[in-house]
Design a protein around this ligand. Sequence first.
Ligand code: NIG
Ligand code: FE
Length: 413
Amino acid sequence: MALQHCDFLLTGIRELHTMDAGSVGVIAAADLESLPVIRDAAVAVLDGKVSALGPEPELRSQWQGKEVVDCGGGLLVPGLVDAHTHPAFAAERAEEFDWRAQGLSYLEIAERGGGILSSVRAVRQASEVELTAKVISHFQRMQAHGTVACEAKSGYGLSLEDELKSLRAIRAASTATGMEVFPTFLGAHMVPEEYANQKDQYVELLCQEVLPAVWEQGLARAADVFIEEHAFSLLRAERYLNSARDLGFALRVHSDQFVNVGGTELAVSLGAECVDHLETLSDAGLDALVTSGKTCAGLLPAVPHYLRQDADAPAQKLLKAGVPWFVATDFNPGSCYTASLPEAAHFARIRLKMTALEALAGMTLHAAQSLGAGDRLGRIAPGYEARFTVLDLPDLCHFGYGFGENPARIWCA
Ligand code: NIG
Ligand code: FE
């Protein structure tokens, strides 16, 4: 048979984890073992897409690559997708980390002038060029740990001008680095200082001016709100989410992190793509997620570790109940300062009691699906984009087993 031509033939793959769930978008935890794994595999890539995959001897007898890429005996997995990050920050908050070490809680730190509002001051002071340079460096760190695409939130500007600046910085940094970005507007991250006594007016500003401007300028695909006792109440969140949805935004929500005020039930009722954190998820919230079958549970397992909190999201309950999940870093300067998904996998395994495959599905197949990109990202299958992560590990069981080490690198056509 005549050889077919491709641009790249990837070889030397000890295990190819396709995460190819066939015709279904997401797969139940109980069925993960049925996902195809190919040992001693190769992948043919043409025009930026996967053309074929299979055992290496078979592929070599069928395909001629303009270039042969040796993966060095590593594992090949779909390029990792980080479905929850806050990269648009201009300054770190290392001094807060000392305060935390001294025993202060996240909320006490915020009361001392730290927290989200401290990042807001830094973003407002930064020029767009300066902020873009920071976001570029954040994306590069994520890429260095195996991330090829990420959801990226604004939310440290909290004014029309500074939110637009943040979203433009995210867009420019995406172009500069090649990181694919799913931008999310998070103007409802916190009420800014100048509106401290006029919370409703701030929500009206968001609904009447900022959301429409962001939408018209095509700067974000989704809108997010931090539903929490000290951030946005259920009523204010509902007003904001309805406005966002009416404009056409997809909805992603921070909820049930510290105090449960019913945010998950609200988010599900509005058809949100995901509800993230969930450390204080109630039975009613769990029921809402199960009934929805669509809203994804966004699991951020390094955050309670970082905040020295005991409670974790009830991941095993969610998985057993058939709720789709993703696992993300929540990369931000305050509550989780890591750009590494392999590190998040470690915490998913330790704190959420996940198998390596559950963690991996949460940062490939399910993460891509939650962002509406499950038809081109998140699996290695014919027609899918040729953006992969090589894990330098002996087998998948080692994913998350070690910590403080980086097993990942990206390969993109
Ligand atoms: O997802 N929960 C709200 N927002 C971020 C924290 C951001 C910060 O502290 O700067 C989070 O954890
Ligand atoms: Fe977050």
